[in-house]
Ligand binder design. Structure first.
Ligand code: HEM
Ligand code: HEM
Length: 181
């Protein structure tokens, strides 16, 4: 049934943990894209390397948070949807692809850095190498990294459009409960 308003029931509320992880991911992704785009405006050199380094750190935090979200969903069941979806598979598919991209993109960035012969360092700790030094793999990894990053932007566009559709057209509490619980 469309538009069944069941938002008052405690059983459909999103926990603070789920909401915090969602909005922290959004902030980190904004930071990650903003930094890597800012690099194009800087002359090659030390500051450029530092910005790319910060991009790597934020990207690794996205990877960690996504793994944490997946673990969290094993222990905490996701409350049911507020409005019975018109295309039940569509929201699930977009959300699954969002999560998959947030695993694949950082892992490809990591692979690229190792294949160029550099270590990936997170807060002073050298992370294990995912691949040997190889110029070809390094190029393939960064090409796929960038392609998937732009595909992720398109998915985010669909996801945000769906959230706004629920809020402005269906006028249900889908967005409110992600914001306020
Ligand atoms: C979800 C997380 C990430 C997103 C959304 C992301 C996104 C991007 C984008 C859009 C670009 C290319 C921008 C352009 O020039 O068009 C890029 C470049 C790059 N990314 Fe990521 N990235 C993420 C994580 C990582 C991680 C974890 C690493 C490494 C450990 C990494 C390493 C790099 C490197 C080395 C470049 C090339 C930068 C340059 O020299 O111009 N990225 N990333
Ligand atoms: C920018 C990157 C974003 C990513 C990667 C992302 C990812 C996700 C994922 C994976 C879920 C499902 C898992 C969960 O329940 O936590 C989700 C749910 C949700 N997101 Fe996002 N999101 C993003 C931005 C946004 C924005 C900007 C909005 C609001 C305009 C939004 C609104 C929602 C809502 C309302 C839900 C719950 C949908 C439902 O009840 O089925 N998201 N998001």
């Amino acid at each position: 049934m469309m538009n069944a308003q069941v938002s008052d029931q405690a059983s459909v509320r999103f926990s603070a943990t789920r909401r915090a992880m969602h909005w922290l991911t959004v902030l980190l992704l904004v930071g990650s894209f903003a930094l890597v785009w800012a690099v194009d405006w800087l002359p090659p050199g030390q500051s450029r390397a530092q910005i790319v380094g910060l991009h790597r750190t934020i990207g690794l935090l996205v990877l960690s948070l996504t793994l944490l979200r997946l673990l969290w969903s094993l222990v905490s069941r996701r409350p049911p949807r507020i409005t019975a979806p018109r295309w039940p598979w569509a929201a699930g598919l977009v959300q699954a692809l969002l999560l998959a991209s947030m695993l694949a993109i950082p892992l490809l960035g990591w692979t690229h850095t190792n294949a160029r012969g550099h270590a990936v360092v997170l807060f002073g700790q050298h992370l294990p190498s995912l691949i040997f030094k190889d110029q070809y793999f390094s190029r393939v990894a960064i090409g796929t990294h960038e392609f998937l990053a732009y595909a992720l932007l398109a998915l985010i566009g669909l996801h945000v459009a769906a959230a706004l559709w629920h809020h402005l057209v269906l006028r249900d509490a889908t967005l409110k409960r992600m914001w306020r619980g």
